[in-house]
Design a protein around this ligand. Structure first.
Ligand code: NAP
Length: 278
């Protein structure tokens, strides 16, 4: 993803440098094909750069930030990895304390190509976000401010990634279960009926809460069927447990969405029972 994003900045006429130290042959090949300028040491790379984009394995995000902070980098540091809001905020505090202007970033979409766009959501100071936008002005990277605080871009990524990755995993389980019983063709027919993403239909969620009392036990039946095929049943059980947060919303169809979502938070149900929350 890093090389693909960088290639789009190059396409926009920006000189993009990278540091080959410690990187493997595949990364080198991607950097060459993206038209990036190699700079031997991190210190020289930072001295010659006004903006750093951190796009690396999420587990390495702190290491990259520490190395940049140690050199006292004073430009814009975009933390664009898929990491939790808490980690993102800690990293931004760290690089800011060493003089950088931190921007929270989140990439949603495929590695961009000239004919395929991706979005970099950002949250930071207006001037800093404008500079980042400028880097990708004529490219397939859309830079979109979230309009929220620092951390909000990472929050958006967590919300989207949690949904997207969990649903893909659920699809794999559904297909494994169906294949185990020879009913894949019928599953595909049923799947083709509901074409809209549930993520695009929040207005449907109050009716999920109203049905949770029935859906929960059904999910335990699914878990048993998965387990009988030697398939993992934890996701089905965890879904049933989550539905349990709505256990006393049985057949209440007209709750506001905000109330239904609030029910999911830790302790909310207990506060509701004691009469301190709606
Ligand atoms: N791929 C996507 O479609 C996608 C979509 C949205 C967001 N993202 C986000 O983009 C980020 C990168 O993902 P990716 O899919 O591009 O991962 P990737 O294919 O594994 O590439 C990671 C790159 O980071 C380098 N790297 C590893 N450790 C590093 C370190 N300590 N310091 C500096 N560079 C290091 C790797 O180099 P070597 O392998 O040579 O060591 C490699 O070039 C992640 O935060 C991911 O969530 C990816």
């Amino acid at each position: 993803m890093g090389a693909a994003i960088a290639a789009q900045a190059v396409r926009n006429g920006v000189d993009v440098a990278w540091c080959p130290t410690g990187r493997g042959p595949a990364s080198r090949a991607r950097a060459i094909s993206a038209g990036l300028t190699p700079v031997a040491g991190l210190a020289d790379l930072l001295d010659s750069s006004s903006v750093v984009l951190s796009i690396c394995p999420p587990a390495a995000a702190e290491n990259v930030a520490s190395s940049v902070a140690e050199h006292g980098f004073a430009g814009i540091y975009v933390e664009a990895n898929a990491i939790s809001v808490r980690r993102c905020q800690m990293i931004m505090e760290q690089v800011a304390s060493s003089g950088a202007r931190a921007v929270d970033g989140a990439i949603i979409g495929p590695p961009p190509r000239d004919d395929l766009s991706t979005t970099l959501y950002v949250a930071g100071a207006d001037g800093d976000m404008a500079e980042v936008t400028d880097i990708f002005r004529e490219s397939s990277v859309r830079v979109v401010p979230t309009g929220g605080d620092q951390g909000s871009a990472s929050a958006l990524k967590m919300a989207y990634a949690g949904y997207q990755k969990a649903t893909r995993t659920l699809a794999a389980l559904a297909h494994a279960l169906a294949a185990g019983h020879g009913v894949t063709a019928h599953l595909l027919v049923e799947a083709a009926r509901g074409s809209r993403s549930p993520l695009a239909e929040p207005e449907y969620l109050p009716s999920v809460a109203a049905r949770a009392w029935r859906w929960g036990p059904e999910l335990y039946e699914v878990a048993d069927t998965l387990a009988a095929l030697g398939l993992p049943s934890e996701l089905a059980r965890a879904t049933a447990t989550t539905l349990g947060r709505w256990e006393d919303r049985r057949d209440v169809w007209d709750l506001p969405l905000e109330t239904v979502l609030g029910d999911l938070a830790d302790g909310h149900r207990d506060r509701r029972r004691s009469g301190t929350a709606g």
